[in-house]
Design a binder for this molecule. Structure first.
Ligand code: NAD
Length: 264
């Protein structure tokens, strides 16, 4: 299967360190021959992302805070002048104030609601709009979501509301961009201990619950998310768009787990 992404060029947004889901995705894409560009949010992350880009043979490392429209424009201008086109885009970005990922959803403030929606939801649409003119038929856009979009999970709060809107955005963007042959999908990953996830209080309990109750009886890794993302970003999934693809050890299909003979 080596060389699945040979000749394809794509932008990875959302690497913070080598535990990031975007890192797992970049690793799987690089192994299949993709040429990658990376963005980072803020100078502190620049120092972390640059060596990671090198590891994947890339020296295209650009600043981009997605709340800054000019910064987004600048990224796509660079890609246009360096590459002339873009075959795929990975959006692995989410943010909400930590204090509101605790307690009750009802206490969400309008300021943090808007901020969470802007960074975690609207940014996908803002990026897709800039990517569209660079993309040929067969191109693919991927974002990351979580089961908290569909069901209430403790402490996920406003982020769950944001992920529901993100999943709806995937469907609307898929409909908008489908006639141009551009696909838009999401991977719904099970809980993984990353920088963003450690902002959610009770993450440890969530990981334990998932491991005990998911059909595969384990938590997923960024490599597993990376490999499934590779499918959605490659031509293997040329007939798939608007989908939410679960990479969660099967947790989402379970109403109540089948008990073992000893009742556990
Ligand atoms: P992470 O902390 O490694 O990555 C989050 C990224 O978002 C960081 O690189 C950060 O710089 C970026 N970001 C935040 N605000 C930004 C802004 N204003 N502009 C540009 N970038 C910004 O954590 P992760 O878990 O790898 O998160 C990636 C995605 O996966 C997120 O959308 C997250 O919600 C989603 N996800 C995570 C899990 C999990 O359990 N870790 C599960 C399902 C989905």
């Amino acid at each position: 299967m080596a060389g699945l992404m040979q000749g394809k060029r794509g932008l990875i947004m959302g690497v913070a360190n080598n535990r990031s889901i975007a890192y797992g995705i970049a690793k799987a894409l690089h192994a299949q021959g993709a040429e990658l560009a990376f963005t980072y949010q803020g100078e502190a992350l620049h120092r972390r992302v640059e060596p990671i880009a090198k590891e994947f043979g890339s020296d295209l490392v650009l600043p981009c805070d997605v709340t800054d429209a000019d910064a987004i424009d600048a990224v796509f201008n660079v890609l246009k002048s360096k590459w002339g086109g873009l075959d795929f885009l990975v959006h692995a970005i989410g943010f909400s104030n930590k204090e509101e990922l605790d307690g009750r959803y009802i206490d969400t403030t309008p300021g943090n609601f808007a901020l969470t929606m802007n960074i975690s939801v609207y940014s996908l649409t803002a990026l897709a709009k800039r990517a569209e003119p660079l993309m040929q038929p067969g191109s693919s856009i991927l974002t990351l979501t979580y089961y908290g979009a569909e069901k209430v999970l403790p402490h996920y709060n406003v982020m769950g509301v944001a992920k529901a809107a993100l999943e709806a955005s995937v469907r609307y963007l898929a409909a908008d961009m489908g006639p141009q042959g551009i696909r838009v999908n999401a991977v719904s990953a099970g809980p993984i201990k990353t920088l963003a996830a450690s902002g959610i209080s009770g993450l440890r309990e969530m990981l334990k619950w998932n491991e005990e109750n998911a059909p595969l009886r384990k938590n997923v890794t960024i490599d597993e998310v990376g490999n499934s993302s590779l499918y959605l970003l490659s031509d293997l999934s040329s007939g798939v768009t608007g989908e939410i693809h679960y990479v969660d050890s099967g947790y989402n299909v379970i109403g109540m787990k089948t008990l073992d003979h000893n009742g556990e």
